[in-house]
Design a protein around this ligand. Structure first.
Ligand SMILES: [Zn+2]
Length: 482
């Protein structure tokens, strides 16, 4: 790496991954700390060679807390199908392991440091490989217990709140859609409204010009004024106005009112989005006790969200034009808009997606959506782990067959090499049967070749050879693989 963590690196890796799966039916699930930015970048740059529709991008679980709430719904592994219960923080675990080397390596020469770190990483890798059966078993148990506990939660909800699973699924879809809508099309302004807006600008600049004493600034204002006046003339020709509208004219007032309504509606729509954001973060924050790093980050996000809302409220209240015909309030306060389900939002067409099951409190709704998502992910995890267990057994069995074939193929093989191969075959067989025993508790292993369980290495090891084998520390891993 030459310049920090640029998008170029991740794009390069993504392209390599896509190249590997091209033509197959493998669907890539990629986790990246700023997947949201990456996706935006890719979609913004139409590149025919990179088809990202086959890639599902997500943000790792501890990194997502620094993102906007729209990212939570669009990029959290808990909300996206196919990710199981993965948290995407595997790399961080490796760094946590490597961290302990910093004390020893900080005073080393660079070459020694590289040597030691390489050894450390090799050890880490070897441990990952040898413990894979335990890791998978743990994953399976965790997924099973989550799936069972969320099932209990959801069943209770169905009994007490009379909510069905399909209701919850609909909420989830609505929530996703809500955050997918990036910019609702504003109601376009009419020609008359544009004209009114122009007259208002002319008015305010004229006033500034009167109050201003600085010559340069006056010059700037009058130039601006001339430009606006010319534009107003064009508008008048266009609409067919003979006499410039005055502030007191009835027609001016009518269009001013509708302009004001549109402005207020726009702010309200924005406020609805902000209120959804606020509620989302607030619910997340409840899950984490104070003082945790995540809680601190969420508090910061919450403050930012409330600041945005307050700014919108003051924008809304700024205009003191009374809107008698409309049903929007003249002034807003925090309590009017802090609930995204407030009646007020329905007047501007927001919040209609949550009209079903209105009797259910927001927090409960959020809890149920989380539970449902967790259950779906746990079920995926069970399937994924089952596949992984089977592929581990198959890989070990293949490895064993290869080793056995190698010991028999060459009659003039060196004794040391032969023994090393045999020892490796022996270890693989042990690892296979241990994994097989463990996995049989969770899944059906009937599809896996069973011959290994009864199979011994082809040639019996002679006593003399056994002596050599026993010289090795039996706990020490053999090194052929590295
Ligand atoms: Zn993001």
């Amino acid at each position: 790496m030459h310049k920090g963590e640029g998008l170029g690196y991740s794009l390069y890796v993504l392209d390599k991954l896509l190249e590997q799966v091209r033509g197959s039916d493998v669907k890539l699930h990629v986790l990246y700390d700023i997947a949201c930015i990456l996706e935006k970048h890719i979609k913004g740059k139409a590149d025919a060679t990179r088809n990202v529709d086959d890639v599902s991008l997500a943000v790792p679980i501890f990194h997502i807390y620094g993102h906007k709430s729209s990212c939570h719904v669009r990029y959290s592994t808990r909300w996206l199908p196919g990710f199981g219960l993965t948290d995407g923080e595997e790399m961080e675990r490796m760094w946590a392991f490597m961290r302990r080397f910093s004390f020893t390596t900080k005073e080393m020469t660079p070459s020694h440091r590289i040597d030691l770190l390489t050894d450390g990483l090799l050890h880490y890798r070897r441990r990952k490989v040898s413990d894979i059966d335990l890791t998978l078993a743990r994953n399976f148990e965790k997924a099973r217990s989550i799936s069972e506990s969320t099932k209990v939660d959801l069943e209770a909800a169905q009994r007490i709140l009379h909510v069905t699973v399909s209701d919850i699924d609909e909420w989830i879809t609505a929530e996703k859609e809500h955050f997918h809508v990036t910019n609702e099309a504003d109601e376009p302004m009419t020609k008359e409204e544009k004209y009114v807006l122009l007259l208002q600008s002319i008015d305010s600049i004229t006033q500034s010009l009167c109050e201003c004493e600085d010559a340069d600034a006056r010059n700037g204002f009058s130039q601006q004024l001339n430009r606006l006046k010319a534009e107003a003339k064009r508008h008048e020709r266009d609409i067919g106005i003979n006499r410039r509208w005055q502030k007191m004219d009835q027609i001016f007032k009518v269009h001013q009112m509708s302009l004001e309504r549109k402005k207020k509606e726009k702010i309200l729509m924005q406020l609805h989005k902000q209120a959804m954001d606020y509620r989302f973060i607030q619910n997340l924050q409840k899950k984490y006790s104070d003082g945790q790093a995540i809680a601190n980050r969420l508090v910061k996000n919450l403050l930012r969200a409330s600041k945005n809302m307050k700014r919108s409220i003051s924008d809304f209240n700024k205009s003191n034009f009374t809107n008698r015909s409309g049903n929007l309030p003249d002034q807003l306060s925090w309590s009017d808009i802090c609930d995204p389900m407030a009646e007020l939002f329905k007047k501007v067409g927001c919040g209609s997606q949550v009209t079903m099951n209105d009797h259910i409190p927001t927090t409960e709704r959020q809890h149920l959506m989380d539970a449902r998502n967790r259950m779906l992910r746990a079920e995926e995890e069970l399937q994924i782990t089952e596949c992984e267990m089977l592929s581990v057994l198959n890989a070990l069995s293949e490895e064993y067959d290869l080793l056995v074939a190698a010991t028999g193929s060459n009659p003039v093989m060196q004794k040391g090499l032969l023994l090393a191969l045999k020892k490796k075959a022996c270890n693989t067989r042990i690892q296979f049967s241990e994994a097989h025993n463990l996995f049989s508790k969770y899944i059906s292993t009937s599809a896996v070749p069973h011959h290994l369980k009864h199979h011994m290495p082809i040639r019996e090891v002679t006593e003399q050879e056994m002596d050599v084998v026993e010289l090795d520390d039996p706990d020490e891993d053999s090194d052929e693989e590295s």
